[in-house]
Design a protein around this ligand. Structure first.
Ligand code: FAD
Length: 499
């Protein structure tokens, strides 16, 4: 067990530079950090939608949000608009906010279920300010009301920004392509990287951020991959940037098509688009036509094909190597969870950091938490496919009827029977997320908690209307999303005020 003094990060994509920023800043003076990246290989170039945990990570590491917004042409994101998922023609938003309120007697879906029985028309989302603001194109960071939000940003510019941030804390960047990896003959630990240009790089601890190939974690350490393609069959994306048309929405769009779905991510200056599909059911021709027929604006580049295998690396931490980002696995981009999984893995690593040497108990704990996190996010993403009612193609028939993990089956059965959700304390998606997706896709509970019936009908109607009126009055206070971005980016130092 050798004390860790030299950390080497391999890969300069989003994962690599996030690791450099976090370890470089938080362990400044305790370890030296070198990041190796290859200009010849480049980065994946997608991954532009985030979730609110990103904001918490920025605060933790001290990354100034306003600077990131300016540097990356970012827009705000209040949720994801899912079109054609339950059935063709339907749409709903999975918003980041609270729907209604949680009461001691039951979660809000029970109240909403009774309101439906009484013939009240307001959809579930009408009780969530983030959802209504997203639909209305409104946004503000203010003291009251407080919105829960994330960013859409240019991934290349974000990595560049993080590079400058990391270098200011002493992280050293090295350019070069790894040709060979040297391991200790007894322990198998990685000791030295040999580069094509003849240089070598020594380290005590290595962070593999080399993307899908997993140059250290897989090609060197042969860690193994748990394949989840039978549950998440999409394996290909065709991505393209297009010119900006109209105001930027404060949400990501995820529109289902015959054999997969399409993302639309608006930035201040352009739009990111991509079709995600299963190569078992469709080919590149279909993807090209679908993309061309469904993007607004002009294509700014030739579409790029990206292939992936959904699943996870069996161990995120193996010997003296931790895999972050795509080298640790990939679920798929539907709920914009990959960058979150980099930041949550980094927080885990910072807490378990082996300054005194790699000890099995730290490794086991890290791997246990990583597995639980990936499995719970996996279940949530599978839910979107499996709870469809679409029967128009073999793709939708497959995902609608496929066996799903027992954990997900139990959760869905429990919800249909009782309207209840029982979540583990560390799960990323809470009942707000699960209920919005389930109800949004027409997966409604058959029963609700009887305690909700304790109010008389008139009293109950007034009570529910009070909630939706409160959302509506808060909505009127919010400015237009793009106007707020302009003001926010122009101000030297933004301080939240009441709206
Ligand atoms: P990469 O960007 O691939 O970087 C790999 C790095 O390793 C590069 O710097 C490369 O030069 C270096 N490297 C490789 N081999 C060598 C070598 N031999 N020597 C030296 N250096 C080497 N995530 C989200 O959170 N939101 C999204 O909306 C989202 N959309 C996505 C859409 C698609 C289609 C895909 C495939 C992914 C998406 N992701 C998304 C995931 C996201 O793109 C990644 O999690 C994120 O970009 C991190 O990638 P990375 O840094 O792990 O890998």
């Amino acid at each position: 067990m050798q004390a860790i003094k030299n950390v080497v990060i391999v890969g300069g994509g989003t994962a690599g530079w996030l690791a450099a920023a976090a370890i470089g800043k938080i362990y400044q003076g305790k370890v030296s950090v070198t990041l190796l990246e290859s200009d010849a290989i480049g980065t994946i170039g997608v991954g532009e939608a985030t979730i609110p945990t990103m904001m918490a990570f920025h605060k933790l590491v001290g990354i100034p949000e306003q600077e990131v917004m300016r540097a990356t042409h970012a827009t705000f994101k209040l949720g994801i608009n899912f079109k054609n998922w339950g059935e063709i023609g339907e749409d709903y938003i999975h918003a980041f906010g609270q729907v209604g309120r949680i009461f001691w007697g039951g979660e809000f879906q029970h109240f909403w279920a009774r309101s439906q029985k009484l013939g009240m028309k307001a959809p579930f989302g009408a009780y969530c300010l983030e959802q209504e603001a997203a639909r209305a194109g409104k946004f503000a960071i203010c003291e009251n009301p407080v919105l829960n939000y994330a960013f859409h940003f240019d991934a290349g510019l974000y990595a560049k920004y993080l590079r400058g941030f990391s270098e200011s804390f002493g992280v050293v960047r090295q350019e070069g392509k790894i040709e060979r990896v040297e391991q200790d003959a007894d322990s198998g630990y990685i000791t030295r990287l040999h580069l094509e240009n003849g240089y070598t790089l020594d380290g005590d601890f290595f962070i593999d951020c080399t993307g899908f190939r997993g140059l250290l974690i897989e090609e060197t350490l042969k860690t193994g991959y748990e394949n989840w393609q039978h549950w998440l069959p999409c394996d290909t994306a065709l991505a393209v940037q297009s010119s900006k048309v109209g105001p930027a929405t404060a949400y990501t769009s995820a529109t289902a098509h015959e054999f997969g779905w399409q993302w639309r991510i608006p930035l201040q200056n352009r739009t990111g688009n991509g079709v995600v599909y299963s190569s078992e059911f469709a080919d590149r021709n279909w993807a090209e036509k679908t993309l061309a027929n469904n993007i607004d604006g002009e294509m700014l580049m030739n579409p790029r094909l990206i292939q992936f295998k959904t699943g996870r690396r069996k161990l995120g931490w193996n010997k003296n190597c931790v895999a972050l980002g795509l080298s640790s696995g990939f679920l798929e981009p539907l709920e914009s969870t990959s960058i979150h999984m980099v930041t949550s893995a980094l927080i885990r690593l910072l807490r378990l950091f082996p300054l005194r040497g790699v000890q099995p108990v730290l490794v086991e704990e890290y791997n246990r938490q990583s597995r639980e996190e990936a499995e719970s996010i996996r279940d949530f993403i599978i839910l979107h496919y499996h709870s469809t009612r679409r029967t128009d193609t073999e793709f939708w028939n497959y995902v609608r009827t496929m066996p799903v993990p027992d954990t997900l089956r139990h959760r869905m059965d429990m919800f249909v029977e009782s309207g209840m959700l029982f979540l583990g304390g560390d799960e990323l998606f809470r009942s707000n997320g699960w209920t919005q997706v389930m109800i949004g896709q027409g997966f409604a509970p058959q029963h609700y908690q009887p305690i909700v019936d304790n109010m008389a009908d008139n009293e109950f109607r007034a009570y529910m209307k009070g909630f939706s009126d409160h959302v509506a009055s808060n909505l009127r206070l919010l400015p237009n999303h793009e106007d707020f971005i302009a003001k926010y980016c122009a101000m030297e130092e933004f301080k939240a005020q009441p709206a």
